[in-house]
Design a protein around this ligand. Sequence first.
Ligand code: AMP
Length: 214
Amino acid sequence: MNKIIVLIGAPGAGKGTQARLLQERRGIPQISTGDMFREMKTLDTPLAREVQEIMASGKLISDDITFKIVQDRTSRDDCKNGYILDGYPRTAVQAEQLEALAAEQTKVIQAIEVDVPREELMRRLTGRRSCPSCGEIYNVYSKPPKVEGRCDLHPDAELVHRADDNEESVSTRLATYDEQTAPLIEYYEKSGRLNKIDGRGELEEIYAALDKLI
Ligand code: AMP
């Protein structure tokens, strides 16, 4: 495989969960710009503070900063046979920057849309919890941990509710998705590089659909 797999879907569509499974089971590195920005939280630099503020509001970080972290991360050795982008590109400019990067890395892009109806997204986002230790994602409604509030794999770790999973940021994130990211679906479709899967239902069913496409 020498592909860049681009998972496109609204916040809460399950891209992160599926990308993590693909990484675990097929060894394809999952590159999540959201996770990388969240990791910057531990840094106390002007850039890290700016990133935190923008993220908490639900708006997007600048295209150039985002491109730089993607470029750096994907130039590492583990990405040489391909990788999954989770949450990137999110704007037309980012999609163009990715074309250049793919050409430079001699990789082709396969975009996969994970489609989930809007009503369900809100419930998923507000119910989402994650382990600060390993990043495992749970949902109080659809995928609760064995012990309430605790990671199954790290019982000492108390699950956290992301700062931007509150209703106000969620609305901003959904609006940003509609305005800036959803048009990319057509962009990849027009160039014959789009597949679509249904993001509703059982995790394993969704995984099986994705696994078959890749
Ligand atoms: P996510 O975990 O993918 O929902 O991303 C969380 C937040 O990180 C977003 O709401 C943005 O503030 C920022 N972010 C993640 N990916 C990008 C991107 N490709 N471009 C700009 N900002 C991003």
